[in-house]
Ligand binder design. Structure first.
Ligand code: DPM
Length: 330
């Protein structure tokens, strides 16, 4: 693959490689990209990082529930095109927005340490101090996530669930400035990154609501054959997060889940002995993590596949098909 090495002159006249980092334009995406670039800057003082912001289909279609659009690479396609054309060298995503199979030529070069993976409830100011349980009968909760609605409807059957779309800023506005919703459900990680942690009224533990595959982790997508960039970003890998997310993504892939099916997880790493094992240069399951023992990655992948097979053998396919049909009919 041809490489365009962009160079700038620093004040000492030394040539410095310029690394271009692609991001979506939303405030959350910018904050996430800035945090990853900050980590890279601290490690690579001689490199110069430039951020290139782009709109994606997902940013442009604001009035349709994500699960209805059907396109898997809603938030990633335009950024991958830019990677392919060497206009950017790496792209920062929320891992949960990355399809479980990437198009050929791309790989996840780093998965950063996961923060709180749980979902959170943000209440209308007039409901300050409430919980989902204590809200009155027929209170309306905003979420466009089938995964959240499916679990919470069952657990809190006195509540009603309605779609709410738009980026985080828009949703919070829709909640606060109108009386349509008593509360909305959002990822705790996104709220914290936006500086809105104080709006979290309740964290949903796994008994109430399992989280989405990859939720709370940031991923760096790169050209699969760009060894230089792969080497550079691999320093950001967090071993525990990588193994949990390999398992979750294998589970989802094997179930053939996606945005349009309610699939949820809760993952914990046990027996983390940090044992050394053989590493090689193969890009395994779409994630390149040569600094993490290969046998551990394989074990994680197998765990995800086995759990999915178990559920499929108990009739999961039928449930997923019904969920898809119901979603298509919405
Ligand atoms: C995906 C879903 C949502 C996002 C579906 C799900 C939520 C959609 C909605 C795949 N991507 O979770 O079941 O509520 O209508 C998204 C958010 C973050 C990444 C925002 C959020 C931030 C948290 C993170 C949207 N993608 O979930 O509140 O980095 O994990």
């Amino acid at each position: 693959m041809e490489k365009t090495l962009r160079k700038t002159q620093d004040e000492n006249g030394l040539k410095t490689r310029v690394i271009r980092v692609g991001t979506r334009k939303s405030q959350l995406a910018r904050i996430q990209t800035d945090s990853v670039v900050e980590m890279l800057r601290k490690r690579y003082l001689n490199l110069h990082f430039e951020i290139v912001a782009m709109s994606t289909t997902g940013d442009k279609i604001l009035d349709t529930a994500l699960s209805k659009i059907g396109e898997k690479s809603l938030f990633t396609k335009e950024l991958e095109n830019a990677l392919e054309r060497n206009e950017v060298d790496l792209v920062v995503h929320s891992l949960k927005d990355l399809p479980t199979s990437l198009p050929p030529g791309f790989t996840i070069g780093a998965i950063c340490k996961r923060e709180n993976p749980h979902d959170a409830v943000v209440f209308h100011p007039k409901n300050d101090g409430e919980t989902l349980n204590s809200l009155p009968e027929k209170s309306v909760i905003g979420t466009s996530s089938l995964r959240r609605a499916a679990q919470l409807k069952r657990r809190f059957s006195h509540l009603e669930f309605r779609d709410i779309r738009g980026n985080l800023n828009t949703r919070l506005k829709k909640l606060d400035e109108k009386e349509d919703f008593s509360a909305i459900i959002l990822a705790a990680a996104g709220l914290r990154r936006m500086g809105w942690e104080n709006r979290i009224g309740q964290i949903l533990n796994p008994e109430d609501c399992l989280y989405a595959v990859g939720q709370g982790a940031l991923a760096v997508e790169v050209r699969a054959r760009d060894e230089e960039i792969l080497d550079m970003v691999s320093a950001l890998h967090d071993g525990e997060t990588v193994l949990c997310c390999i398992a979750e993504r294998a589970f989802m892939r094997h179930l053939e889940g996606g945005c349009s099916v309610p699939v949820a997880v809760s993952t914990m790493l046990k027996d983390s002995q940090n044992e050394e094992g053989p590493n090689d240069n193969t890009q395994y399951v779409g994630i390149t993590a040569n600094n993490i023992p290969r046998h551990a990655q394989e074990a994680a992948e197998n765990l995800g596949v086995e759990l999915a097979s178990l559920l499929l053998s108990k009739g999961a396919k039928r449930i997923l098909n019904v969920a898809r049909q119901l979603n298509d009919a919405r």
